[in-house]
Design a protein around this ligand. Structure first.
Ligand SMILES: Nc1ncnc2c1ncn2[C@@H]1O[C@H](COP(=O)(O)OP(=O)(O)OP(=O)(O)O)[C@@H](O)[C@H]1O
Ligand SMILES: O=P(O)(O)OC[C@H]1O[C@H](OP(=O)(O)OP(=O)(O)O)[C@H](O)[C@@H]1O
Ligand SMILES: [Mg+2]
Length: 286
């Protein structure tokens, strides 16, 4: 890129659950990433990007007001912020569910929230939910360790992120009612805005996501079994079929979903395929 072009300004979580995976996917996408967690900004001039390491809770605000072009944050944090930013791509990490929880066995239904004191770090999500349901309750904002607030008498129930559920169990709490929000890390931009240079950035990340969920399968098969084998491994746009130095046989190459690839290998073997190989894809552009 030339020096007159503006750098794409990208917000990356500096700490917490999303931070390591966010830097990993950026690195795999060919971008420079910081080696020292004390670095707060980093310029990757060769790729036309400047990274800003920020609290994931603040990232939607920076992107929503246009100070930064793109951000990686959690869907729940984006919703909580109310910022004018929108999701462009699911990133497949930082998965969690947002739930109400109370002392195990005490509550069963979200209608029971009426009149209760609710502690949460996600006031925006909780108030939007209560308003939608027409439930009146008192919401108190806490920064963290929300689970302890019930034992300390500050709240009757909490609303928080649940991943494994182990924090709730340790506190003697259990979720009740349906999941309020399924969250994961997402790529966000300002609503209605496609910043210049964003398409390449998005395509690179999509390439890594595809490379993570697909593998390359190669095998040799007798020509009279080819149709049946291709039905097992149709590839994304159709498999590559090449001649083989063995009369009546061909070589086939196709991308297949990583999940279930071993089962496909078993099916191909049963069809008579041999030399069945599975290899990782490091990056791709579809
Ligand atoms: N076990 C988890 N705990 C908290 N947040 C999680 C978890 N797993 C995934 N997440 C997601 O990570 C984002 C919250 O990240 P954030 O860095 O703000 O909090 P954190 O990971 O709890 O870090 P800290 O509490 O140290 O500030 C949310 O999108 C949330 O859904
Ligand atoms: O279901 P689990 O796997 O137990 O994970 C969920 C817990 O992890 C987070 O807390 P964190 O460790 O970030 O501490 P915090 O409350 O101080 O933010 C979150 O707020 C829950 O308490
Ligand atoms: Mg936390």
């Amino acid at each position: 890129m030339t020096s007159t072009e503006r750098l794409l300004r990208v917000a990356v979580p500096n700490k917490g659950s999303l931070s390591q995976s966010a830097s990993e996917i950026l690195r795999e996408s060919g971008y420079r990433q910081r080696n020292d967690s004390k670095e707060l900004t980093l310029i990757d001039a060769e790729n036309g990007v400047e990274f800003f390491y920020l609290r994931p809770r603040d990232i939607a605000l920076y992107v929503g007001e246009g100070t930064l072009d793109v951000g990686i944050t959690g869907r729940d944090l984006l919703r909580d912020s109310g910022a004018k930013a929108e999701e462009v791509l699911d990133l497949g990490f930082g998965r969690s569910r947002f739930h109400f929880a109370g002392p195990a066995g005490r509550y069963t239904d979200l209608a029971q929230l009426a009149g209760l004191r609710i502690a949460t770090s996600y006031v925006g999500v909780v108030e939007a939910f209560l308003q939608e349901r027409g439930i009146e309750a008192t919401v108190t904002r806490l920064d963290g360790a929300v689970e302890t607030s019930i034992q300390l008498g500050v709240a009757d129930v909490i609303a928080d992120v649940v991943e494994t559920g182990s924090t709730l169990r340790h506190a003697g709490l259990a979720t009740f009612g349906e999941v309020i929000l399924e969250s994961q890390a997402v790529l966000i931009t300002r609503t209605g805005d496609v910043p210049s240079g964003f398409e390449i950035f998005q395509r690179r990340l999509e390439g890594v996501l595809v490379a993570r969920s697909y593998v390359m399968m190669d095998y040799d098969i007798a020509s009279d079994q080819l149709d049946r084998a291709v039905a097992v491994t149709p590839g994304l746009e159709g498999p590559t079929i090449s001649p083989l130095g063995r009369e009546g046989w061909v070589a086939v190459r196709a991308m297949v979903p990583r999940a279930g690839a071993q089962r496909l290998m078993d099916e191909l073997y049963d069809l008579g395929a041999r030399a069945i190989l599975l290899t990782d894809i490091h990056a791709c552009r579809l």
